[in-house]
Design a protein around this ligand. Structure first.
Ligand SMILES: CC(C)(COP(=O)(O)OP(=O)(O)OC[C@H]1O[C@@H](n2cnc3c(N)ncnc32)[C@H](O)[C@@H]1OP(=O)(O)O)[C@@H](O)C(=O)NCCC(=O)NCCS
Length: 414
């Protein structure tokens, strides 16, 4: 079969063809009779390993059989597996726009990409084994599968499957670097270049300075694409770091401060490794569970990723919106966690996180469900003209034991 014949046979329409062209001839040249991830026993193993419900077994094996029996789809899914898992220099941004195959697979078309996702599992387990990570942890690292199914069904009347937009994240599983420990997931990644973090020797006070040149609004937040407001500053001289301070409650303060090198140390610089925190779905993110997870992470990574030292924790997310205490409540789980962290501004469209709360349909507030307190709070916030904004956070390793006492808000020096 030629490349064109394969794309014709899978009925890939012309707008999708360019994205699927790289390495296609090579994939065709090594196409096996049955890629391992289409074998029924593999699909059943992967479903169980990922902790997905057994009701999926019949539709999954049926779909795998249908793909295996269709020359175009069999060739294409093999090629996609190679782009995703073998050609690591192939960028994943295009995967989100890969075609779907309702015309061949009908209601079960969404399972095509779930089956493609499954191929990452034996590879992840292998990477974990090399690092001495027990199988129970590998199994726990499968939250992405459950969450992707949930988000897919949410806006498709409960249909089974996953959307191609979730495929890019599998490169983290592939590398074996994304590890679930209790409530959260972690991987060693570089700290953002948005903040520099300093600690005062005398009393341990911690202050983050903005990178400078950013347009802040009147509340000290960053609106995506803004070119007006007030602009942050940053300068390092021989004796001091001077710049726009970022208050740990998540906003910038307009008056620059100067941190004398004789009194302050640089505690975390842009690009330095941190444990990047990710928050799988499932609610119940109580402060105890959040902190318990954060305390598990450093010893685990020191044991299994000894080659990857780190200086703290960091991430950005809609659940770090510094206004959550206002629009959802000061005693909600998210607000309680926020108070323990050093929050800092992150550019936001004001519509962050809606995907995680409502799924991937275009956002149409009047018709969205109001069945949980979170959904009602988000919709009321939008209806009142407010936004849901992403925020950033960090915690330095030195403050790990102080979590639970709001270490950054307790000792704020300005
Ligand atoms: C972030 C998150 C873990 C916070 O959970 P939490 O505040 O501890 O949630 P709780 O268990 O206290 O539940 C509070 C309410 O929110 C609801 N809720 C929780 N997660 C929800 C979600 N993803 N979508 C809709 N409602 C949700 C609960 O049903 C509950 O409603 P109720 O008060 O009417 O009973 C949760 O919102 C979630 O699972 N989100 C999806 C994953 C996510 O957004 N990750 C970050 C990606 S950057």
């Amino acid at each position: 079969m030629t490349e064109e014949q394969l794309l014709d046979s899978a009925e890939v329409v012309s707008r999708h063809r360019a994205a699927l062209q790289p390495h296609l001839a090579e994939s065709l040249a090594c196409l096996p009779d049955l890629p391992r991830f289409l074998a029924p026993e593999f699909v059943l193993w992967a479903r169980e390993f990922a902790g997905l419900p057994a009701e999926l077994d019949a539709p999954l094996t049926e779909t795998a059989r249908a793909i295996a029996g269709h020359a175009g789809l069999r060739g294409l899914i093999w090629h996609q597996s190679r782009l995703l898992y073998d050609h690591l220099d192939h960028p994943t941004d295009a995967c989100g726009g890969w075609p779907t195959f309702e015309h061949v697979l009908g209601d079960q078309a969404g399972l095509y990409y779930l089956i493609l996702c499954f191929e990452v599992l034996p590879r992840m387990v292998e990477r974990h084994r090399e690092r001495g990570i027990p199988e129970s942890v590998s199994r726990a690292c499968c939250t992405h599968f459950r969450e992707s199914l949930r988000l897919y069904g949410l806006t498709r009347g409960g249909a089974l499957g996953v959307s191609p937009r979730v495929l890019f994240w599998l490169r983290n599983h592939l590398a074996g670097r994304l590890i679930t420990l209790g409530r959260f997931e972690y991987m060693v990644r570089p700290f953002t270049d948005r903040a520099r973090v300093f600690r005062r020797r005398a009393d341990g006070a911690v202050v983050a300075l903005d990178r400078g040149g950013q347009w802040f609004n009147a509340h000290g937040y960053l609106d995506a694409g803004a070119t007006s407001g007030w602009q942050s500053v940053y300068q390092e001289t021989e004796s001091a770091w001077t710049g726009t301070p970022l208050h740990p409650a998540g906003h910038a303060l307009p008056d620059p401060v100067s941190l004398a090198k004789a009194e302050w140390d640089l505690a975390l610089a842009p690009g330095e490794p941190i444990l990047e925190v990710h928050i799988p779905a499932g609610g119940q993110m109580t402060l105890d569970r959040a902190l318990d997870s954060m305390r598990q992470a450093p010893p685990f990574f020191r044991r299994h990723f000894a080659d990857q030292p780190f200086r703290g924790f960091g991430t950005f997310s809609w659940i770090l919106d510094p206004e959550i205490p206002v629009w959802y409540g000061p005693e909600t789980n998210m607000a309680q966690w926020e108070r323990e962290l050093y929050l800092f501004p992150y550019p936001s469209s004001g519509r962050d996180g809606l995907y995680f709360v409502f799924g991937e349909a275009p956002i149409d507030p009047p018709n969205l469900p109001r069945d949980t307190s979170l959904r009602r709070a988000v919709l009321d916030r939008l209806a009142a003209g407010g936004g849901i904004r992403a925020g950033g956070m960090f915690v330095l390793l030195d403050e790990l034991d102080a979590l639970g006492t709001q270490p950054y808000r307790r000792i704020w020096p300005f």
